[in-house]
Ligand binder design. Structure first.
Ligand SMILES: Nc1ncnc2c1ncn2[C@@H]1O[C@H](COP(=O)(O)OP(=O)(O)OP(=O)(O)O)[C@@H](O)[C@H]1O
Length: 261
């Protein structure tokens, strides 16, 4: 896909991601209940939910790993079910579990992904070189992925997910297992992708401290969407002082002693 500028995407008026009336059940267990929301291009949205809220199920539907049972999901107006090629071409994904081939070099991991997306080897080398520079891994390109630190592996996965230049990036709990510095580094890097390159990001987490007051937030609890909007507004609407308290109020856990991480 040709690179589309932030202005072009916004003026086109289409949502980066539109989820309409989506429900999902595993047998009798209902995991998502009539979810509807839309997120704009070039924005950063945190999908906040505790374990079991339904975040991974939603990601599996957006990535078309599971067929949509009820409702529809559109990526830049392309239906994930009916026009999956067009929709998924606009999507980059960083999964919760590591998906690098540890026995391949950093460069080979990128080249493999580029080939899967039909990017020619010359163009792939060019894009990979640029991508590695941006995530400060140029000097590691010939090293095996196994030799990278956890934070470096995550940065490589993000670079790889963006190689085909998708305007929508999903990250499923991307900071799991990282130390404080590496977490902050990944969060900063992804915010820059939004501000500078106009990528739209949906970042799933159960950690309230990954939410800035200027971020958009989707609060998912037991398969239901409880709130959606600018974090500062969600906090104010709950009469709370911070996201943690707002989350506790929304989920009716305010009186519980067990805290939200
Ligand atoms: N393959 C499956 N078969 C049956 N039930 C499932 C399956 N996957 C998820 N569930 C159930 O669906 C609900 C939502 O799970 P999901 O993994 O989507 O939540 P999550 O917010 O991603 O949680 P986590 O942060 O722990 O990954 C849970 O009750 C879970 O037990």
């Amino acid at each position: 896909m040709a690179h589309v500028s932030r202005e072009q995407l916004q003026s086109a008026g289409s949502a980066a991601l539109s989820v309409e009336g989506v429900s999902h059940s595993y047998g009798l267990r209902s995991a998502l209940k009539d979810l509807s929301f839309a997120i704009d291009p070039a924005t950063f949205t945190v999908l906040l939910g505790l374990n079991g809220a339904g975040k991974s199920t939603l990601f599996s539907l957006i990535t078309h790993l599971y067929a949509t049972q009820t409702g529809s999901i559109l990526i830049f107006d392309h239906d994930v079910g009916r026009a999956s090629g067009e929709a998924l071409r606009r999507l980059g994904v960083v999964f919760q579990s590591r998906t690098l081939d540890l026995d391949l070099t950093v460069m080979q991991n990128l080249a493999y992904h580029a080939a899967l997306h039909g990017i020619g080897s010359r163009e792939a080398r060019l894009r990979a070189g640029e991508a590695l520079e941006r995530v400060a891994l140029t000097d590691r390109m010939r090293d095996k992925a196994r030799s990278l630190s956890g934070g470096q592996m995550r940065r490589l996965e993000i670079a790889r997910a963006l190689l085909h230049r998708p305007p929508l990036l999903l990250l499923d709990e991307p900071t799991v297992g990282l130390d404080v510095d590496a977490r902050a580094d990944i969060l900063d890097h992804v915010h820059r992708l939004v501000a500078q390159d106009g990528v739209c990001v949906l970042w799933a987490t159960h950690l309230v401290d990954e939410i800035g007051t200027r971020d958009d937030v989707l609060v998912l609890h037991e398969g239901r969407l409880l709130a959606h909007g600018r974090a500062s507004k969600v906090i104010a609407d709950c009469g709370a002082q911070d996201v943690r308290t707002a989350f506790m109020r929304l989920t009716g856990r305010e009186r519980e002693t067990s805290g939200v991480p």
